[in-house]
Write a protein that binds this ligand. Structure first.
Ligand code: SF4
Length: 487
């Protein structure tokens, strides 16, 4: 009774359709004085002038207008010929949202909090002492693996993190073995990644990674001077060890088995081309230009206060232009954050990146099993814990079962509040379909999981990047490169 009252009868819709067209849900965003992008819930977009946008919104766009058919085929409007428009829109929306139904695919195991580096922006407040206290035990690992396999996801990616995970290599071997054993029955698509600074990359580690098709992810902040300044090691040899490690992985496992990412400090800002060139010189074909995250030592050493979002955005845009130039000259190099957003813009699929999802991907795309068995909703959530705040702790592998962890109030409440479509400012934003929400970040920086978007680094960063990507897509040369980055 309640439901049927929500809809008008069929005729009232037919009247609208027999007289011009009906608008379907969309929003718009100004990207330059006379250029707007209109976007809809399935990620389709139209680039239009202000006058055209007015015609479209006022219902006065004529069928002879150059964008009329585009607006119709991309589900911004429907007219009396659009028999299947709503069904198609619903189908595309289901496809876009499908990753949510797959639930958690990425399972992060923090196998040790110990590390041999003393990075000034370290986000996890590493420890060097006390092996027993800061390394994951077999018992904890066994329970965490069992939980990972309770996820309904057809694909399970297990990522080893730290500290430096190779300082507890025996437990990595144990987790891989446990997972492979369970997978004989489960038959999931199973993948392993070790995120490492590569100091402890021995022949034994390489042979093990080769045997089990394990991917390696590392950090490379740029040329020697920047890398060693950002990521100091007591012997001041961090850069050389990283480069030696990258080359060893490339030659033993294959070039596609290693990826690197960089973190932007104030020193990085004036060294953009040198940083990108470092990736080219080392035959790396993907780079992730990342700002500092406001956790751990990055807060203690005040690194996060050293540049604002405008400075970072300029750095990012210049980086993107330089990377595109290299691509046009023949060297394939993909910027990862841009690739994720481009995939949302140019394809019907969602790459399931935790920080660019609505609801947020915490817990439902990725989850973290800490060395002590605590389970956190995201990597940032456990970073927050290392600063003394357990807000996003879901429970512990020794005391809570799968249902208790993944239907905990803290997870469900936060997910509900992370639906950007109902958040102030986001609900009206023309970029929402390519953006998402980051409740842990907003809680850490503003004390509120929804966040005040006019003051948010996250919002300003995404606005600036997405606007810039749309500008680049207008240029045929840049567009060709960007299309080759789609995931
Ligand atoms: S965070 Fe900002 S850019 Fe993203 S959807 Fe919300 S208002 Fe738009």
């Amino acid at each position: 009774m309640g439901l049927s009252n929500k809809f008008k009868d069929l005729e009232s819709y037919s009247e609208v359709l027999s007289d011009g067209y009906q608008l379907l849900p969309f929003a718009f965003h100004k990207i330059s004085p006379d250029k707007y992008i209109a976007t809809n819930i399935v990620g389709e977009y139209l680039t239009v002038s202000r006058d055209t946008l007015k015609l479209l919104v006022n219902g006065t766009l004529l069928p002879s207008h150059p964008i009329y058919n585009d607006a119709k085929s991309k589900h911004f409007i429907m007219d009396r010929d659009s028999d299947t428009a709503l069904d198609l829109l619903a189908l595309k929306y289901r496809t876009k949202q499908h990753p949510i139904s797959e639930f958690t695919g990425l399972h992060i195991f923090v196998v040790s909090l110990r590390c041999d580096y003393t990075c000034k922006y370290c986000q996890v407040s590493r420890k060097m002492e006390d092996v027993d206290k800061f390394d994951m035990s077999e018992e904890t690992a066994r329970k965490a693996v069992a939980l990972a396999f309770e996820s309904p996801s057809k694909s399970i990616k297990i990522e080893f993190q730290g500290g430096e995970p190779l300082l507890n290599f025996p437990i990595i071997k144990f987790i891989v073995s446990e997972s492979l054993t369970l997978n004989i029955k489960e038959n999931r698509v199973l993948q392993f990644v070790i995120t490492s600074n590569l100091t402890f990359l021995s022949e034994e580690v390489l042979a093990f990674c080769k045997l089990h098709n394990i991917y390696i992810s590392t950090s490379l902040d740029g040329p020697e001077s920047i890398h060693n300044k950002n990521r100091p090691r007591p012997n001041k040899d961090g850069y050389q060890k990283t480069i030696d490690g990258i080359r060893a992985v490339q030659s033993e496992l294959g070039k596609d088995r290693i990826a690197a990412l960089m973190t932007t400090t104030s020193e990085s800002l004036s060294n953009l081309e040198g940083i990108v060139d470092e990736y080219v010189q080392n035959d790396l074909h993907a780079i992730f230009l990342r700002p500092l995250s406001p956790y751990g030592f990055a807060i203690k050493t005040k690194q996060v206060e050293k540049y604002n979002v405008d400075k970072w955005s300029n750095f990012f845009k210049q980086g993107l232009e330089y990377i595109i130039k290299l691509n046009r000259a023949g060297y394939f190099l993909r910027e990862q954050y841009t690739s994720i957003i481009l995939t949302k813009i140019l394809t019907p699929t969602d790459p399931k990146y935790v920080d660019l999802q609505s609801p947020s991907g915490i817990g439902i795309s990725a989850v973290v099993y800490n060395y002590d068995g605590d389970v956190y909703a995201s990597d940032e959530a456990r970073m927050l814990k290392e600063m003394g705040d357990e807000k996003f702790k879901l429970g512990n592998v020794h005391t809570d079962d799968y249902i208790e962890l993944f239907s905990s109030d803290i997870l469900l409440d936060t997910l509900e509040e992370s639906i950007a479509e109902s958040a102030p400012m986001c609900s009206d934003c023309g970029l929402i379909t390519y953006c998402g929400s980051d409740p842990v970040y907003h809680y850490a920086t503003q004390g509120d999981v929804v966040g005040k978007k006019p003051l948010s680094f996250y919002c300003k960063k995404n606005t600036s990047i997405i606007e810039h990507i749309f500008e680049l897509l207008e240029d045929p040369g840049s567009r060709k490169v960007l299309e080759s980055w789609v995931l």
